[in-house]
Structure formats: C-alpha cells, structure tokens
Design a protein around this ligand. Structure first.
Ligand code: PGA
Length: 257
C-alpha cells in the first residue's frame, strides 16, 4: 500500500528557544529549495511549541510535544496538560525511554496518555523497546509483546490508525550503537503480526511503524529499505538542520524502493 514516509525530530532538551526558532527556520528554507517526499514532524520542548507552531504555518511541517501529563487538568505543579497544547501540536511522543526512566511511566500509563491525546485530536507517537540487558538475554520479543499488547487492548481501530509506533532499542538511543537491520525487521514484523492478530492484516499494514535510535543520514537507509520501517524518530541528529533534512531525503528515497 502507498504510504508517505514519516520523519520525526525529537529535539529533547537540547535547544534554547532562540536555537529552536533558528533550526525550524533553516528546515523551512531547505524545504523551499528542494522537494522532500516525506511527512516531517518536529518536537520542540514545551516553551518553544507555540513559537515553532507559528513559524511553520503555511508549510507542511507539523509540530509535536515530547510528553504530556496523563490527567486532563488539576493540581500538578510543573506538569503540562494536553489542553494547554491543543491547537499548537498535532502529535505527541509518549513512552519515550527517557521519560519512562525519569518519571516511571508504565505501559498502562502510556496507553492512558495515548487515549487522552487522541480524545483531543492529537496523534500519539508511542515508543517501545528493550534495554541492552534484555536484548543480550534474548528478551526483546517478550518485552515488545507486553508493550504492544497493552496498547492494542486500549485502542480501537480508528485510534490505532492515528497512532505511530516507534521501535527504539533503548541501548541504541544516543549511543551510536546500531542494531542489526534484520533484528529490527523481525521486531517490526512481530509488531505487525500482533496488530493483525488483534485486528486484521489490512489494518496492520496501514499502521505506521518507525525505527529510532542513533539514526544518521549515513545509516538510515538500512532500516527503511525493503521490509523496513515507515520512517524514523531522530534525536541527536535532528537539531542539525542539514543532517535532519539529509535523513529525510534518504528516508524518502529508501522508502520508494
Ligand atoms: P538518538 O535519539 O537519535 O539521539 O539516538 C533517538 C530518540 O531518543 O528518539
């Protein structure tokens, strides 16, 4: 089936407000000079979301948040509600391993957050993946199956179609360590089969499955080409506009193969 590949930049806590505006301006400029046949999402930190949203008006670039609180509203000092970002974001990263580690988000809480953002018309980007230790002891598939099953039992068909699932081996995030592409294909295939088992093959084919972890322009093709991912979630390289757009174009050309 024909899908447009998706490339998401997770800027983490790397950029000042000024730099965030500079990065998005540079991306916009490159998009005026060249055609990039991919959907592009950038995820700034909370204080820059509104300004980046204003900056991308009239362009195909979409804006996402990096997390959200699981409650609609209330006495949660220091937290950010989905309502406060409504109108500024179309996407929201959930269950990133850095958030799971820092804030203890469980699979159940990630699923709850996914339902919450969906109820506000925002599309979840749900990250799943195993630790290095789990990988080394061959537990990848059992970890992934618990994570994916929780999501599948929480979402209906329409919600799942709006959700993007990112396989990010935790040991590959920010480390420069790259998983064997065949292992990534196996995990992606496992996720698709799981979706097909829960719903059906037609739906499983339509859901976007991405890869994330130390993605660079030099290595992205191997995770996209053939039976690979429908796109990538990029961390470190996404704050460098040229690198990010090189990843976008290589993703698009590998996806077209
Ligand atoms: P990385 O981060 O590209 O720097 O490894 C990926 C991520 O955290 O989503």
């Amino acid at each position: 089936m024909n899908k447009t590949p998706l490339v998401i930049g997770n800027w983490k806590m790397e950029l000042s407000h000024k730099s965030a505006i500079e990065v998005v301006s540079a991306i916009k400029k490159m998009m005026q000079q060249e055609t990039y046949p991919a959907d592009i999402v950038v995820c700034p930190s909370f204080p820059s979301i509104a300004a980046v949203h204003a900056s991308v008006q009239g362009t195909p670039i979409a804006v996402g948040a990096q997390n959200v609180h699981h409650e609609e509203k209330g006495a949660f000092t220091g937290s950010v509600s989905v309502a406060s970002m409504r109108g500024f974001i179309t996407w929201c990263i959930l269950g990133h391993s850095e958030v799971r580690r820092a804030e203890g988000d469980s699979d159940a809480l990630v699923a709850q957050k996914a339902k919450l953002v969906l109820s506000h018309g925002i599309r979840p980007i749900v990250c799943i993946g195993e630790t290095g230790q789990q990988h080394d002891s061959d537990e990848t598939i059992s970890v992934i199956s618990a994570q994916i099953d929780m999501l599948l039992s929480s979402l209906d068909r329409v919600s799942l179609l709006k959700t993007v699932i990112v396989y990010e081996p935790i040991w590959a995030i920010g480390t420069g360590k790259l998983p064997d592409p065949n292992e990534v294909y196996e995990v992606l295939l496992f996720i698709r089969k799981r979706i097909a088992g829960h719903f059906d093959i037609e739906l499983a084919d339509r859901v976007y499955l991405l890869y994330g972890g130390s993605v660079q322009a030099s290595n992205v093709k191997q995770y996209i080409a053939g039976p690979g991912a429908d796109g990538v979630l990029v961390g470190g390289a996404s704050i460098h506009p040229r690198d990010f757009m090189d990843i976008v174009s290589r993703t698009a050309s590998a996806y077209a193969l």
